[in-house]
Design a protein around this ligand. Structure first.
Ligand SMILES: Cc1cc2nc3c(=O)[nH]c(=O)nc-3n(C[C@H](O)[C@H](O)[C@H](O)COP(=O)(O)O)c2cc1C
Length: 367
């Protein structure tokens, strides 16, 4: 198909895609145009050896980016579909956002304005409960993307899940914390426009409810105060049917859809995924919350805390991308499509032994 997108539209799509959430704001993706379709690839140089050894959460982030890209297309009335894992020979090529002839679902364009407003809110939430109708909408958003959002509000599952989060924090190995420290309140990460800056960490909870993840646990962060958090946080699990790479991507699409729906209704979210980083506790988290008759959606992918914000959260650093290569048109005569990659900054080039941006397939190793 002859490419039709203007440079401005390509930029819109890429800005949308790169606004997606990612663990520690590692932004573990790169993108390439194939005509007007957008390919989403995992960037192995951004993998977390200790925090995400199987690449599950990188897939979730890429799924979220693919969903966000669809909103960019929808904002100028272009319909899309997402093909997950389109090339079995290239496991790091995880999604293709494909232009389709059908008009986009108007619900996607309606979510587009909320992309820049969505952020992870690690602060205290109001004690006021989120209206049930809104929680139902968030569950519906997850279902649309083949996942399930399940509020865990019954005992003994609620207490057991929070206990598990606390336990998982205690079990964190030094390697994992050292790896995380390179992304959290780290000036070199901030210089690269990535990572989690101190102002977005939120205050430390005065009491450990288990629902609030302190990404800087064990570290002193200057000027970081403490605060009382909500007494009974609303906790929900995002689950998928099984636990394949395909499901991880679906979880990411669902995550982004429900977070944007939440943003639209003024609902904030943070995450307490510690137990899901530990294979034993992850299996336990799945078993814990499944009523015996319910064998669907058995794989826990994210643990969310949802609520009504008490304060504005500053945005995380925007990605350090330039968009110039996005304007290169594809042509049917060119041997390979034009490539759009994250330009390596000097710091990330030093850190990364990744293949050169101009030959992104070279040297890629399957996980
Ligand atoms: C797969 C995944 C796992 C995450 N896990 C956590 C977590 O356990 N704790 C947390 O505070 N934030 C977590 N986050 C949120 C990221 O840290 C956040 O998206 C990133 O810092 C960018 O900030 P933003 O969401 O405000 O844009 C996770 C995000 C993703 C996509």
């Amino acid at each position: 198909m002859t490419p039709n997108l203007s440079p401005k539209q390509r930029e819109t799509i890429l800005r949308a895609a790169t606004s997606a959430p990612s663990k520690y704001n590692t932004q573990p993706w790169w993108f390439r145009w194939d005509g007007d379709d957008l390919e989403v690839h995992i960037d192995p140089a951004r993998s977390l050896r200790h925090g995400d050894p199987a690449g599950r959460e990188a897939h979730i982030a890429c799924g979220a980016a693919a969903f966000a890209a669809r909103l960019g297309y929808a904002s100028f009335d272009t319909g899309t579909a997402v093909e997950r894992l389109p090339d079995h020979a290239d496991p790091l090529f995880v999604a293709r956002v494909q232009v389709v002839a059908d008009a986009p679902d108007p619900r996607l364009a309606a979510l587009y304005p909320f992309l820049p407003r969505r952020r992870t809110d690690r602060g205290p939430f109001h004690e006021t409960a989120i209206p049930t109708a809104i929680v139902d909408e968030l569950c519906a958003a997850a279902r649309e993307e083949e996942a399930r959002l399940r509020v865990v509000d019954w005992e003994p599952a609620y207490e057991a899940l929070l206990t598990m989060v606390r336990e998982a924090t205690g079990l964190e190995e030094d390697e994992l914390r050292d790896e995380r420290a390179r992304w959290i309140d780290d000036p070199s990460a901030a210089a690269r426009h990535e990572g989690v800056p101190a102002p977005t960490l939120g205050p430390r909870p005065e009491e450990d409810t288990g629902a609030v993840r302190d990404l800087a646990v064990g570290r002193d962060i200057a000027d970081r105060g403490t605060a009382a958090f909500e007494a009974r946080p609303l906790i929900a699990l995002l689950e998928t049917r099984s636990d394949t790479r395909y499901d991880w991507l679906a979880a990411g699409q669902a995550l982004q859809r429900l977070l944007l729906a939440a943003t639209r209704y003024g609902v904030a979210a943070s995450f307490a995924n510690q137990p899901l980083e530990n294979p034993d506790l992850r299996a336990e988290a799945g078993r814990l919350t499944i009523p015996p008759e319910d064998t669907h959606f058995a794989a826990a992918q994210m643990i969310l805390r949802l609520g009504l914000s008490t304060a504005d959260v500053p945005p995380s650093p925007p990605p350090a991308c330039t968009w110039s290569c996005a304007t290169t048109p594809s042509s049917s005569t060119s041997p390979s499509p034009p490539r759009l990659v994250r330009p390596l900054t000097p710091a990330s080039a030093q850190r990364s032994a990744s293949p050169s941006p101009s030959s992104p397939r070279a040297g890629r190793t399957p996980r």
